[in-house]
Structure formats: structure tokens, C-alpha cells
Design a protein around this ligand. Structure first.
Ligand SMILES: *[C@@H]1O[C@H](CO)[C@@H](O)[C@H](O)[C@H]1NC(C)=O
Ligand SMILES: *[C@@H]1O[C@H](CO)[C@@H](O)[C@H](O)[C@H]1NC(C)=O
Ligand SMILES: *[C@@H]1O[C@H](CO)[C@@H](O)[C@H](O)[C@H]1NC(C)=O
Ligand SMILES: *[C@@H]1O[C@H](CO)[C@@H](O)[C@H](O)[C@H]1NC(C)=O
Length: 294
């Protein structure tokens, strides 16, 4: 009887010990997050980042794999919009190798984006919009082959669109608006047929609007206004059967609006030069009797 009771106690203790040890955070990832917190200015919003179990202790913005057996829990999402982060994006972020979502938007982060970010090959969403990042997209971006959403808008991203972006075939949203991106809109973007939003307004893009963009049959928004694009509006854009918003104003485009575009009943478009305010854009729905070409 006595030995039975002792055995039961031993067993309970052992089970309890296993229960505590199982499913805690990966120690090196906990350390990486602690380094990240210091490197981004130790903002008050991260006050609950204490101890060494970010997954178990529900650190703000941290999402992990579920607790399961003895496997350490891994960080899968880091969502820290508007949390007062400052300084450069710390290289240590690249150690969170299971990360699928990284949202550091609306902070005071500066550039450049560390090349090690390209190690996060499971990343599906990268949202760094509205910071003060001064960076190119080379060479890290083309390694992020799982990306579906890329938002680097409202920063100071410069350089050209990297040619390798066309390897990121899962991309559904590209938002690079309000940066300093120069050079041409790559015709090969027309191969990214999962794209629903291509948002490149307020940049320094030049050259033509590639007719290949007409291959983007899932595209809903094509926002290219306020650049230095030239040439004519390609009639192939009428092949984008999902297109609802087409903004091309504030460029150097010439010629008439292709008649095929005017026959898209759902399309709200602004192709005319020097139109900027939203009211004008919304009311600039193409009309067959306006300037059209056959
Ligand atoms: C991480 O990125 C750096 C720089 O791009 C590279 O040298 C290194 O090999 C990468 N590490 C892993 C584990 O992929
Ligand atoms: C679209 O994305 C899916 C996965 O989300 C991928 O399997 C497919 O190859 C992509 N389509 C193209 C044309 O690349
Ligand atoms: C157009 O984009 C540039 C950035 O390239 C920006 O500085 C400027 O304010 C924008 N102009 C308008 C009218 O929005
Ligand atoms: C894409 O568009 C271009 C020009 O409109 C066309 O020549 C090409 O065949 C298209 N490619 C695919 C894969 O549909």
C-alpha cells in the first residue's frame, strides 16, 4: 500500500515535470526576441516581453506553433505594428526561421533591410509599411519564395524592381507605393498571375506600362499613378478581367484611352494626366464618349 502511494506520487511528479518541460519556447528564439527588443529601443509596448517563454507567456505580437509533446514551440508570427520600434531592423530577426508573418509596420525603423532577411524562406507576409527604411530590395527579396503579401510602402526604398521578383509566383499583393523606386516596370511581372494588387504609385518609375500586365487575369487593382511612365495605355489591360481600379494619372502617358478599356463596366479608371484628388479619380470612370481610340 505504502509503496503504491509512493509510486503514484513519483509518477505524478514525473508527469508534472514532463508537462512543464514540454512545449516551451525554443530557447534560442526566446533569446533572439530579447535581442530584438533591445535593438529596437526597448519600447514600452513590449513591457510584457519578460522571462524566457515568449510562446507560453503570450508576449505581445508573438504567435507560435501549438504546444505538442516535447517539441519546442517555434515563433511563426511577429505582429508589432505601431509599437514604437526604432533603430535598424535587427539582423537577429533572421534567426526566427519558422516565421510566416512579419509585420513591423507604422514604426520608426530605419534602413537598410538586412540581407539576412532573405533567410526567412517560410515568410508569407512581409509588412514593413510606414517606417523610415532606406534600402534596396536586392538581394534578399528574391529568396522569399513563399511570399504572398509584400508591403514596403511609405518608406525610402530605392533602386530598381529586382528582376528576380518574378520568381515569387505566390505573390498576390505587391505594395511598394510612396518610395523612391526607379527604372522600368518589368514586363515579366505579367507572369505573376496570382497578383490581385499591384501598387506602385508615388515612385520614380519610367518607361512604358508593359502590355504583358494584361496577362494578370486576377488583378483587381493596378495603381501606377504619380510616376514618370511614358508611352500609351496598352489595350491589353482590358484582358485583366478582374480589374476594378486602374490609376495611371500623373505620368507622361500620351494618346487616347483604348476603347477596349471603356467597355469594362466594372472598371473605375483614371488614365488622364494631372489628376490627383480622390474625388476626381473616383468620378473619372471611363466613358465611351470621352477620348477613346479604337
Ligand atoms: C543567412 O543569410 C546570410 C546572408 O545572406 C547568409 O550568408 C547565410 O548563409 C544565411 N544563413 C542561412 C542559415 O541560410
Ligand atoms: C499561384 O500560387 C500557388 C500557391 O499559392 C502556386 O501553387 C501557383 O503555382 C501560383 N501560380 C503561378 C502561375 O505561379
Ligand atoms: C509623387 O511622388 C513623389 C515621390 O516620388 C512625391 O515626393 C510627391 O509628393 C508625389 N506627388 C504627388 C502629387 O503626390
Ligand atoms: C503575356 O502578354 C504578352 C503581351 O501581351 C504576350 O505576348 C504573351 O504571350 C503573354 N504571355 C502569357 C504567358 O500569356
Amino acid at each position: 500500500m505504502k509503496s503504491q502511494a509512493l509510486w503514484a506520487i513519483l509518477c505524478a511528479v514525473a508527469c508534472c515535470w514532463v508537462g512543464l518541460a514540454a512545449g516551451v519556447s525554443d530557447p534560442s528564439e526566446a533569446n533572439s526576441l530579447a535581442v530584438f527588443k533591445q535593438a529596437t529601443g526597448n519600447p514600452p509596448a513590449l513591457a510584457n516581453w519578460q522571462g524566457n517563454d515568449p510562446c507560453g507567456d503570450n508576449w505581445l505580437g508573438v504567435t507560435c506553433t501549438a504546444a505538442s509533446g516535447n517539441t519546442a514551440r517555434r515563433v511563426t508570427q511577429l505582429q508589432l505594428p505601431n509599437t514604437g520600434l526604432s533603430g535598424n531592423i535587427p539582423r537577429v530577426i533572421s534567426q526566427l526561421s519558422q516565421l510566416q508573418l512579419l509585420d513591423l509596420s507604422s514604426n520608426k525603423l530605419q534602413g537598410p533591410i538586412p540581407v539576412e532577411l532573405g533567410n526567412l524562406t517560410k515568410l508569407q507576409t512581409l509588412d514593413l509599411h510606414s517606417n523610415a527604411i532606406v534600402s534596396t530590395m536586392d538581394p534578399w527579396l528574391v529568396q522569399l519564395t513563399s511570399l504572398t503579401t509584400l508591403d514596403l510602402s511609405s518608406n525610402q526604398i530605392w533602386g530598381y524592381l529586382p528582376a528576380g521578383i518574378t520568381a515569387l509566383t505566390k505573390l498576390q499583393t505587391i505594395n511598394l507605393a510612396s518610395n523612391n523606386i526607379a527604372g522600368p516596370i518589368l514586363p515579366a511581372l505579367g507572369q505573376l498571375t496570382n497578383l490581385t494588387m499591384l501598387v506602385l504609385y508615388d515612385n520614380k518609375l519610367n518607361g512604358p506600362v508593359p502590355p504583358e500586365l494584361g496577362n494578370l487575369t486576377n488583378l483587381y487593382g493596378l495603381l501606377l499613378h504619380n510616376n514618370s511612365l511614358s508611352g500609351t495605355v496598352p489595350p491589353e489591360l482590358a484582358n485583366c478581367k478582374s480589374l476594378g481600379w486602374l490609376f495611371l494619372h500623373n505620368n507622361f502617358l500620351t494618346g487616347l484611352v483604348p476603347i477596349a478599356l471603356t467597355q469594362e463596366p466594372q472598371l473605375v479608371a483614371s488614365c488622364y494626366p494631372k489628376r490627383k484628388d480622390t474625388t476626381a479619380i473616383r468620378s473619372a470612370k471611363l466613358h465611351p464618349t470621352l477620348s477613346t481610340a479604337s
